[in-house]
Design a protein around this ligand. Sequence first.
Ligand code: GDP
Ligand code: ADP
Length: 219
Amino acid sequence: MTTGGHGTDGVERRGLMFVLSSPSGAGKTTLSRLLIERMPGLKMSVSATTRPMRPGEVNGKDYTFVDKTTFDAMVKADELLEWATVFDNSYGTPRGPVEAALSAGQDVLFDIDWQGTQQLKQKARADVVSVFILPPSAADLEKRLHSRAQDSDEVIRKRMSRASDEMSHWAEYDYIVINHAVDEAFAEVQSILKAERLKRERRIGLVGFVRSLQGQLQG
Ligand SMILES: Nc1nc2c(ncn2[C@@H]2O[C@H](COP(=O)(O)OP(=O)(O)O)[C@@H](O)[C@H]2O)c(=O)[nH]1
Ligand SMILES: Nc1ncnc2c1ncn2[C@@H]1O[C@H](COP(=O)(O)OP(=O)(O)O)[C@@H](O)[C@H]1O
């Protein structure tokens, strides 16, 4: 499904879909923002959701906030690459921007749950790189949900009680990062992306590049 694009060394490369999942509060949003800021060639997939906007969130940047009728119409029109129900709300990935970014040779970053990750893998396994973020402890997770100060106590309780369910899918992921300190977790996630970009199978321009090197050696 993905084509085009050049790596930093000029060799043509297929774009990849970089997925971060975790229980709520483990740090996906924080790590995603850092990746987008610091990794050129990576574009965030902005999901559509029916959940209410949190203070500080920006419509069209953090999520596209839609009502249930609009979301259902998007599903019906096959406008979503994947979608799922999480915490009683619907979340989904609009297909158009992802396909446009990949065909322009960019990589795409997804902050989606295990259900969405499974759907992406069914569609394009070779192009999906998945990372599961774990909190260092349950106490830290709860502290982070409270420190974010954006959800009511009841919502936080619900998210804590779902954490174990979400975490039970950890073994379906390619990589696991434990988010102790943000800087270290970021460095680990960044290393994964850098190494995956160098994978031979994605570097579709290598055959031509090596042929040209061999030509130079013989010539
Ligand atoms: N399948 C799927 N999951 C999504 C999508 N967007 C967000 N999610 C997941 O929905 C869950 C709840 O997200 P959110 O309400 O922003 O809370 P957060 O986990 O605290 O960031 C998280 O596990 C997200 O990764 C999407 O487009 N598809
Ligand atoms: N390594 C860390 N140490 C301490 N606090 C963190 C760490 N990573 C994230 N946080 C904080 O925890 C809260 C939840 O993080 P967030 O990135 O919103 O998680 P998620 O997107 O997985 O729900 C935020 O207030 C964030 O600043």
